[in-house]
Structures are given as structure tokens and as C-alpha cells.
Design a protein around this ligand. Structure first.
Ligand SMILES: [Fe+2]
Length: 307
């Protein structure tokens, strides 16, 4: 940010110029002419995806200032060098940044687009914090589900233009549990049939929360929340959709949700091993789960998790 520019930074209408996430934090620096600048302090082990840029016509660059970062595109990882700038408009599929140490990245983006995104993401963070207060398990579960879902989406070669909906649909798939009484949500032992009927209401309750949300595109992700307990054979809920009537996004969330639930210990059940969970997913191929999604998920994670 040189001093020769004749524009002054403008404060945007956000709760704070700092946005904290599990992967690190973003500090909004300001806008000069039509370009916003922000500093992404990425944690070691953290990752994030380049943003939504459907027409490849808006400014979106990332410059590594310090630390070590890998970029992954179409399954290939390359190392970024300090001072190197990555221009997201040159890529037509999802690009992911991985911090291999703590790192500082200067982001530049079209200011109107970026400020809107920053405000919306900050608003969503307050929802995420609300979920964390009610149920710590759900909070960490949501974070993992989002990561798994993004990886499967990339492996299935799906467009980056729909990634934003998947990311937040996956993250908030169980937001409807905010409407379920805690004594049912955390009950040790089996639910009664009546309690189970109440528990099943969380997918529609969640979709209603999404559709009433002030962040506009969150409404567009509501279908993922609504369908995440549908089954490939039509025996799921709430609508009994089958096969390709279920969106690919919801089919992905269904698989990654089942895997994470199986491999996590809860008050009412022990965790199974990753290998047992993979076997269970394979058993459910074509009945509970979309077969291609199971195959892609296992391709990605069997090597990583069982290595
Ligand atoms: Fe659920």
C-alpha cells in the first residue's frame, strides 16, 4: 500500500475488521480505487479455497508474503514461493491453499464483491459461534464435514461456481438441531419413536432457518440442508427422494456426515475405526448412499487416513 495513491481507505460496515476462522484470520486493510486488500494469516495445517469467480472477470489475487503454502489445482499440489502472486482468474476449477507453516498472504479482490463477502462471512461466523455454544460436537463435526465435502466436490470435477453453496450447505447441514431439545439431542441411549420423529424434523427446520436468513445466498443453499437425510433408494426423509432426484451436493453431505458420525465417539455410542466406517459406506452404496460419491470419498480418504 504505497503512499502515492490518492484515495483514502474506507471503513466498511462490518462488526470488526478482523474475521477469525479455524484456518486462520483475515484482517481487512481497506479499499483503494476499486480493489480491496486484506491480509490472510493462515495457520499451519489450515486451508482455504479461492473465492467464487464465475466469469473470471474480477480481480482476485493472492501474494505469499511469508511462510510456506502449497496450492492444489486438479489434484496437483505445487509450492508457492515468497513474493509469488497467484491470479485466481486463470483457473477454471477449485483452487485450494494449504498452510504448511504459519503464513501471511496478501489478498486483493474487487472491492464491492469482497466487502459483501466479508460482511456475509462475518455474519455467518456469529451463527457458527451460536452452534458451538449449544453443542461443541456439532461445531467440530460441521467444520470437518465442510472440509470433506469440498474435497469430494473437487474430485468429482464439479464447477467452482457452485462450491460456495456446497461449502455453507455442508457447514450448516445440521443447523436445524438448534431447534431440537437438548435432552433429545444429547440423550444417552436409544431415542423413543416419538423422540426420533422430533429429531427427524431438524432437516426441514434447518432449511427454514436458511431460507429466512438475511444473507441472500444462504437461502440458495437451503436445499442441501433439506435433503441431507434423503437416501439413494428413496427410503430417506423428509420427502423420500431417490437417485438423481437428490442433489449431488446433498448426496455428498450424506456420505461425509455418515462417515464422520461413525468415526466420532458420542455420549450414546463408541466410535468405529476408519476401516470399519469405509466398509459400512461400501455396504450402503446404491441403497443409502450415492455410489459414485462413496467411491470418490474412499479414493481420497482411504490413503490419507489409513496411511
Ligand atoms: Fe442431520
Amino acid at each position: 500500500m504505497g503512499t502515492t495513491r490518492n484515495c483514502t481507505p474506507r471503513q466498511i460496515d462490518v462488526l470488526s475488521p478482523v474475521l477469525r476462522m479455524t484456518s486462520g484470520q483475515i484482517t481487512y486493510l481497506g479499499r483503494w480505487k476499486k480493489v480491496a486488500e486484506a491480509l490472510f494469516s493462515l495457520n499451519e495445517g489450515g486451508s482455504f479455497c479461492a473465492q467464487y469467480n464465475p466469469e473470471n472477470t474480477i480481480v482476485e489475487t493472492y501474494t505469499l508474503l511469508d511462510g510456506q503454502v502449497d496450492i492444489e489445482y486438479r489434484g496437483t499440489r505445487t509450492k508457492m514461493h515468497i513474493g509469488e502472486t497467484m491470479d485466481a482468474s486463470c483457473y477454471d476449477k477449485v483452487v485450494t491453499f494449504y498452510g504448511t507453516s504459519d503464513a501471511e498472504i496478501l489478498m486483493k479482490m474487487d472491492a464491492d464483491f469482497y466487502e459483501q463477502l466479508f460482511y456475509e462471512t462475518q455474519t455467518l461466523q456469529t451463527e457458527i459461534d451460536a452452534v458451538a455454544l449449544v453443542d461443541g460436537y456439532t461445531y467440530h463435526h460441521c467444520d470437518r464435514i465442510r472440509q470433506y465435502a469440498i474435497e469430494v466436490w473437487k474430485r468429482m470435477d464439479q464447477p467452482k461456481s457452485r462450491l460456495k453453496l456446497l461449502r455453507w450447505g455442508a457447514h450448516f447441514h445440521d443447523i436445524g438441531k438448534l431447534a431440537i431439545p437438548l435432552e433429545i439431542l444429547n440423550k444417552p441411549g436409544q431415542l423413543t419413536p416419538e423422540e426420533w420423529e422430533i429429531m427427524k424434523m431438524h432437516s426441514q427446520a434447518g432449511a427454514n432457518i436458511m431460507r429466512a436468513h438475511p444473507v441472500e445466498w444462504l437461502k440458495d443453499a437451503a436445499f442441501i440442508v433439506e435433503q441431507h437425510h434423503e437416501r439413494y433408494d428413496g427410503k430417506g426423509y423428509p420427502y423420500g427422494l431417490k437417485g438423481d432426484e437428490i442433489s449431488l451436493e446433498a448426496a455428498i453431505v450424506s456420505v461425509v456426515d455418515a462417515y464422520d458420525a461413525m468415526t466420532t465417539e458420542r455420549v450414546y455410542k463408541k466410535a468405529v475405526t476408519a476401516e470399519e466406517a469405509f466398509e459400512e459406506l461400501i455396504r450402503g452404496k446404491g441403497t443409502q448412499f450415492h455410489p459414485d460419491v462413496v467411491d470418490r470419498f474412499i479414493e481420497i480418504y482411504q490413503k490419507k487416513i489409513l496411511a
